[in-house]
Design a protein around this ligand. Structure first.
Ligand SMILES: NC(=O)CC[C@H](N)C(=O)O
Length: 500
């Protein structure tokens, strides 16, 4: 049997013996019948970034076939601000490839994510999910390659502090129990996410760790594997729902908020990307970063000031983008360097066989490590609209193949030092700054919107909506205004505690 199907924790994949991308309606019906599934849930993200749920009881086989084939009708005006109440009906139609058994439901339930369609049966032009689809298609049309991505979900778990086995402040990275208190919670989340089809790389406790008003704030991270960008967004969407739902059951509060308090690690949602042709990763050539990768990076350098409009969507986002907190502040890229905006992490490009070196009994494996190299965009955070963010990144990477001076831009923005060290002051001054507020991101997006609207990827109405929302916060000077005012900062954090 195919190695990728063996030991697969998604029970539909295991039972149907095929990858999720190949699920058909007949497969779904047969799984439902054989496994005594009694309910079907349609789930879809609305403009608030949250996954909404519509329950169906399976009245009979004919009804099941009808809902899987026709989808259902929903009130679009309650889901998206751009839909008028006067003509608000939309269709939601399930995508079979996203089917999973709900890990929380008491009554056996099969859930699926849906796509939105308008009255004419066409994909809803301004839905974030369709925007991502268009962005990926435009990427492939222009470059002849596939855009793949994966996210790193960082979140804080919050629970009363018992005072036992205190963790070291801001030293929680990869901490084990009992200093890390929520490792079991994280692994349970990982297990459920994997059952829903999420392709996880690993999970660990993160740097952020502090106590505030008798509560422990412990930062954790779950990192995914690169997949088609559309699947990556779906998987992150479901993962956030799983983590929150399980947190609620354990009695833990969980937040993906970008920043909780000044001086402590914020939570990012870094996105790793790779570009694939005929199943082969194109990010390396002869063991070094390829021209393809450099062009994509150049595109991101150019459009970084507007990527924050999709990835950093509330005023607290900009309290995270400050020096010395492993978060980016300036438009630059570099190798393995956590102070840059786009990081090129270690990619197993060295020629040694480390497994044999660590295990002298092993023969050399000649493992193809070329698939592993990615580049990582570090500005986004948990407030991002996942579909718009990945669409924005697909546009930016595509843009790198369309501008003539891409390789010069890449050369100019490369740094190989920590830009926040005193001796590198001049280097820092020469680099463009990321926007420092929602207001600034809105202005940048307004200037660069044509690239995002090219090939009809982002609809002008969607861009108008994003700009209008960002401007509504009126936060142009907020970061400076709240400097040294922790109480007011905390008030702001609570307002946007459950973002995205
Ligand atoms: N290890 C890391 O890269 C931490 C990232 C950091 N938490 C951020 O805000 O982006």
């Amino acid at each position: 049997m195919n190695q990728e199907l063996l030991m697969n924790p998604n029970c539909l994949v295991a039972a149907l013996e095929k990858p999720a991308a190949e699920f058909t309606k007949a497969d779904i019906i047969s799984f439902i019948q054989k496994n005594n599934i009694r309910m079907v849930n349609f789930m879809y993200p609305a403009a608030d970034g949250r996954l909404k749920t519509l329950n169906f009881v399976i009245n009979n086989a004919a009804y099941l076939d009808a809902i899987l084939t026709c989808g259902e009708r929903v009130d679009g005006s309650s889901l998206f601000p751009f839909i008028e109440a006067g003509s608000s009906d939309l269709y939601v139609v399930p995508r079979f490839r996203t089917a999973f058994v709900d890990p929380f439901a008491e009554i056996p339930t099969l859930s699926m994510l849906c796509s939105f369609f308008n009255k004419d049966g066409e994909p809803l032009e301004s839905s974030p999910e369709h925007t991502l689809h268009k962005a990926c298609k435009a990427f492939t049309d222009v470059t002849g390659m596939e855009f793949q991505a994966m996210g790193e979900l960082e979140y804080y778990v919050i629970s009363p502090d018992t005072g036992m086995f205190q963790a070291t402040d801001q030293r929680g990275y990869h901490e084990s129990a009992p200093y890390a208190k929520f490792n079991d919670f994280r692994t349970q989340c990982m297990s459920y996410i994997a059952q829903t089809g999420g392709q996880i790389k690993y999970g660990h406790s993160e740097v952020g760790n502090f106590t505030l008003d008798g509560m422990i704030y412990e930062q954790n991270e779950i990192e995914f594997l690169p997949v088609r960008a559309e699947d990556a967004a779906d998987q992150l969407m479901i993962a956030k729902w799983v983590i929150r739902s399980l947190g609620y059951r354990y009695g833990y509060n969980v937040t993906f908020a970008p920043k909780i308090t000044a001086g402590k690690a914020g939570s990012g949602l870094h996105v790793h990307m790779r570009i694939v042709k005929d199943g082969q990763n194109q990010m390396l050539k002869d063991g070094v970063l390829s021209e393809t990768a450099c062009k994509a990076i150049a595109g991101m350098m150019e459009l970084a000031p507007s990527i924050t409009a999709f990835g950093n969507t509330n005023p607290t986002s900009y309290f995270r983008l400050v020096p010395h907190q492993e978060a980016p502040t300036n438009v630059c890229w570099g190798d393995r360097n956590r102070s840059v905006l786009v990081r090129v992490p270690l990619g197993w490009a060295a020629k040694t066989d480390m497994c044999t070196l660590a295990n002298p009994l092993e023969n050399e494996s000649h493992f193809d490590t070329s698939q592993k190299q990615t580049v990582e965009m570090r500005s986004p955070d948990g407030s991002a609209d996942l579909y718009q963010l990945l669409a924005g990144l697909a546009v930016a990477c595509r843009h790198g193949f369309e501008i003539e001076n891409a390789l010069d831009i890449a050369k100019r923005t490369y740094v190989n030092v920590n830009i926040h060290q005193k001796e590198n002051e001049d280097k820092l001054k020469a680099l463009a700054q990321l926007p420092d507020s929602c207001a600034a991101s809105a202005e940048c997006l307004q200037k660069q919107r044509a690239v995002f609207e090219q090939y009809h990827v982002f609809s002008p109405a969607m861009i108008d909506g994003i700009i209008c929302k960002l401007r509504s916060y009126e936060d142009k000077t907020l970061r400076a205004d709240l400097d040294g005012k922790p109480e007011e900062m905390l008030e702001l954090v609570h307002k946007y505690f459950h973002c995205g």
